[in-house]
Design a protein around this ligand. Structure first.
Ligand code: ADP
Ligand code: MG
Length: 328
């Protein structure tokens, strides 16, 4: 229950929309969804907590976008098509300007992906946003973490590390030129879920996940689930930090190992990391083209467990580069 404008008025004004695909949306005890024949439901939840996942003064439109984006990113990682979502919201107070901006950020991303808000829960409490997304994937075709095989290539989509770079700049830990910070901040606050790429990779990728905690840590989940190891080429990976390609950025803004730290362990990127057989290289590029999302081949899967980093010449880097515990 929320005082002021009242829980039901609030839901009606900001979170009730006509549904087209769902059988029944907001307003009854349950929403009803009808999965297309020959598909499985893909379901994922993500919670955003003030102080832990965002600053109290974050732009509410960006927060609405990100709350759904991180969930759509999980559907992307499975190759699923978004269908619907629910929103469980704890609000400290009813702030109509905040709700207006939040719901606009949330629902415009939802509309862009044809993902309908079909229900939720609203209560008073410390600001907390929990979304559950429902997607569809043709039966048996979901991309899993367990399918990587020795000899497969390792890829990542888009760019890596800029979200963490923006976070460090906003915390005053690093100074960035204003234009570079503005670009990096977009990555932190308005991540792009790679939904089209995930779908295009069905039947092509052998394993996939989305990168929320940093490439090295998240790739570790694929390696563990697949019972394999990997070798990553740092001379390719280091180019993935978009900030360093910005014209306002000098090459010496960051030392090599710091750039590498952002790329390999930055987190909050919501790009896809995936593996595919060498024979599928053309199919991977075709999928990337079809999705309009660039992908970069950064290494390969090995039979030997563990993660190894090499330089351009294929020589192994010392293990201190492999830990990146300065972000712990
Ligand atoms: P119940 O008491 O049965 O749990 P509620 O009174 O909490 O139902 O919610 C009434 C309706 O409004 C339900 O259909 C519910 O799914 C929906 N709803 C509540 N909060 C939200 C929200 N934040 N966003 C979307 N729908 C919501
Ligand atoms: Mg309720």
């Amino acid at each position: 229950m929320l005082a002021a404008m009242g829980e039901f008025d609030l839901i009606a004004r900001y979170f009730t929309r006509p549904v087209a695909r769902a059988v029944l949306g907001v307003g009854d005890d349950c929403a009803l969804l009808q999965p297309s024949s020959g598909t499985q439901l893909a379901i994922s939840s993500d919670m955003l907590v003030e102080g832990r996942h965002f600053f109290a003064d974050v732009d509410p439109g960006a927060l609405g976008h990100k709350a759904l984006a991180v969930n759509l990113s999980d559907l992307a990682a499975c190759g699923a098509t978004p269908r619907a979502f629910t929103l469980a919201l704890a609000l400290p107070q009813v702030d109509e300007a905040w709700l207006e901006a939040f719901s606009r950020g949330l629902l415009s991303l939802a509309d862009a992906h044809g993902c309908e808000l079909v229900g939720g829960d609203t209560t008073q409490g410390p600001l907390n946003i929990c979304i559950t997304v429902f997607g569809e994937v043709p039966t048996g075709q979901a991309l899993l973490r367990s399918g990587a095989r020795a000899g497969d290539d390792v890829y990542v989509s888009g760019t890596l590390g800029d979200a963490r770079l923006a976070l460090d700049a906003l915390r005053g830990r690093i100074a960035l030129p204003a234009e570079v910070l503005a670009q990096a901040r977009q990555r932190l606050e308005r991540p792009t879920p790679r939904v089209a790429l995930g779908q295009a990779l069905r039947g092509v990728a052998t394993a996939a996940l989305d990168i929320s905690d940093g490439l090295v840590g998240d790739l570790g989940h694929i390696l563990k689930a697949s019972g394999a190891g990997a070798t990553l080429n740092t001379s390719v990976a280091i180019e993935l930090l978009a900030a360093c390609a910005h014209p306002a950025c000098t090459k010496d803004l960051l030392a090599f190992e710091n750039r590498l730290g952002y790329v390999l362990a930055g987190g909050d990127d919501y790009e896809l990391a995936f593996t595919a057989p060498v024979l599928a290289r053309e199919a991977v590029q075709a999928a990337a083209q079809q999705a309009g999302t660039p992908v970069t081949r950064i290494g390969c899967i090995d039979a030997e467990p563990g993660l190894r980093l090499t330089d351009a010449g294929g020589h192994r880097l010392s293990s201190e580069f492999a830990s990146f515990d300065h972000f712990a």
